[in-house]
Structure formats: C-alpha cells, structure tokens
Design a protein around this ligand. Structure first.
Ligand SMILES: *Cc1c(COP(=O)(O)O)cnc(C)c1O
Length: 325
C-alpha cells in the first residue's frame, strides 16, 4: 500500500485547519458538536478545493503544464480556487463556466482579481462545457502550450486524496483532543470530498461514520462508490470502502444553488450562535441537513459529532438570502 506522502503534493493551503468544539450548539443539542474549519484553508476565502488542488496541481507541475482548465457553475468556488492556486504557481487558468442567467458578483469578482480567463458556455449540461474545453485544449496544444484538464469540483481520485489527507489530519486532532467522533457530516457536490473523507475514515478513523449531505440531485452513492474504488486503486490498498460505508442524505431545497428557507436559517443560526459564516449554496444546506438529522434522532446514543465546514463564503455575496421568517 502507498502512503499519502508517496504522492507529489504542493503546500498551497495553511494546514492543519482548526478543529474545536462549538459550545453554544453543543449546549442546545445536548451533544458535543465540533467543527473542522476547512473554510480556513488559507487561499482566497478558504474552502475544500485547496486540498484537492495540492495534489492535482502537483501532478500538473510535474507534467510541465502551463495552462490549467477547469469547469463549474458561474459561481464555482472550485474554479475560483483553481485560478488562485494556478496563478501562484505561474500557470494560466481558463475557467469554462456553465452559464445560467445573468449572475455577477461573488466568485466572478475573485476570478478577475486572480487573473483567470473566464469563458461562459450558454448551456444546461456539462457535456457542452467539456466539448468546449476539448476544443480549447486542442487549440492550446497547436500553439505549443501544455494544458491540464481538471473536471468539475476536481473530483477525480487524485483530487479526493486531499480529503483522505484531511481525514488523517482529523484523526490526529481527535487524538490530541482525546475525543472519538462517531459521525462526521460534510456537504456533497461533485462527490470528491465525501469520497475522500469516507475512504480516509476507513484508513484513519475507524468507528467514525461519514455522512454526506447532498446539495444537488446527482446520484451521489454511485459517484462516491466509484471515486472510493479509484482511491483504493490509486493507493494500491487492500482496504475497500463499500456501499455500507456510504450514508447520504439530501438537503437540496428548490434546487442546486437556489437558497432554501432551511439553509438560510442555518446560515443565520451558526453566524449568531458561533460567529461562523456558512453559505446558502453548500455549507448552509449541509448544516441544515445536520440540524434535521439531529432533530430526527439520527445520532441517538452518539456523543461526539463533527461538522466539516467546506467553505463557500463567496456565495454570500452573489446569491440573495431569503428573508428571515
Ligand atoms: C465544492 C464544494 C463542496 C462539495 O465538495 P465536492 O467535493 O464537490 O463534493 C462543498 N462545499 C463547498 C463550499 C464547495 O465549494
């Protein structure tokens, strides 16, 4: 079996991120509720994609890449962080974004600040976005460039390895604190974070159930299972994660990137109780799902729970919150 340290990795983030107890929420729910602050990964406004990019861009660098291409929605945190990290490494970033109406602000402001070349494809499907990326890459190769393709969310096994690494970090922090988490909850979009955390829990956090809260209606069980198989292969490991390791709940509301009353309530609740910001697209909905599971007794008999905050602050300045009820 390979160790994580056997893979080329850049040090892009400021790690480890803090992990500590949320006193007010713990009191309210009668459980020890902890938070892993991956909204503080240290690049741009923080967020989970930095950990994936540490491995993906190390691979790109080893291949002599000078242009990185990635895809996403118009407010993609992943695309923005790719632009931020690529620029620091002296690589150009081309962000091919799936257009949906006239969105401005938020991460699009940061994309410009980081010097990204942003292109919009007016479509509803990623097939069209990927076709356009193929076309751009052909063009770049003809001009003598070496492009590198990163799919939506950086969710390939090598990117997910960043979250296997995070699970290892959580294990070390839990040990230092003397706590054993029975469950950890995270937001799921393209699946790479959840796959990494869940496979990482198999390796480093035995006894910790990994619960994913889906914020878009993709078949996450299939995607996560496939990515975990990919991780096992990548790490040449005997440890297999199976369907039984996957606990996926959904908290989509009216649709991906459309604020829900529950998600907005969760944004306000965490801000006012603990001073921490989550966003209405990913982490607010994930937190709403976590609160729902707490209310439903899903964690019955469990004492120590962990919420993995994956970032997303940019959306707060691009997506309008629903008024307080
Ligand atoms: C991308 C993203 C997620 C989901 O991560 P995936 O690996 O795509 O499932 C969660 N939270 C935030 C803020 C994100 O940007």
């Amino acid at each position: 079996m390979k160790q994580i340290s056997d893979f080329p990795k850049l040090s892009l983030g400021v790690l480890p991120t803090p992990l500590y107890k949320l006193e007010n929420l713990s009191r309210e729910y009668g459980k020890n509720i902890y938070i892993k602050r991956d909204d503080l990964t240290g690049v741009a406004l923080g967020g989970n994609k930095t950990r994936k990019l540490e491995f993906l861009l190390a691979d790109a660098q080893a291949k002599g890449v000078d242009v990185v291409l990635t895809a996403g929605g118009p407010q993609s945190n992943h695309a923005m962080l790719t632009a931020a990290c690529a620029s620091r490494l002296g690589m150009k970033a081309i962000l091919v974004l799936k257009k949906r109406g006239e969105l401005t602000g938020g991460n699009l402001i940061l994309d410009e600040i980081y010097g990204a070349d942003v292109r919009f494809v007016d479509t509803d499907t990623y097939d069209d976005v990927y076709a356009e990326m193929e076309r751009i890459m052909d063009e770049l190769r003809q001009q003598g460039h070496t492009p590198y393709f990163i799919p939506v969310g950086g969710s390939v096994p090598l990117g997910s390895l960043g979250y296997v690494n995070c699970a290892k970090e959580i294990a070390q922090q839990a040990e230092a604190l003397g706590v054993q988490f029975t469950s950890m909850v995270s937001a799921t979009g393209s699946g790479g974070t959840y796959a990494g955390l869940t496979y990482g829990a198999k390796l480093f956090l035995p006894g910790t159930r990994s619960v994913g809260v889906g914020v878009c209606d993709d078949p996450f069980e299939d995607i996560a299972a496939e990515l975990m198989e990919g991780l096992q292969e990548l790490m040449e490991s005997d440890v297999a994660a199976t369907r039984e390791d996957i606990f996926m709940k959904f908290e989509i509301g009216p649709g991906y990137a459309i604020p829900s009353p529950e998600g907005c309530a969760a944004v306000r609740k965490l801000a006012r109780s603990e001073g921490i910001l989550v966003d209405p697209v990913y982490t607010g909905k994930a937190l709403a799902g976590f609160f729902r599971l707490l209310d439903e007794g899903f964690f019955e008999g469990e004492e120590n729970l962990l919420f993995v905050h994956t970032g997303g602050a940019g959306a707060l300045f691009a997506v309008e919150m629903l008024p307080e009820e």
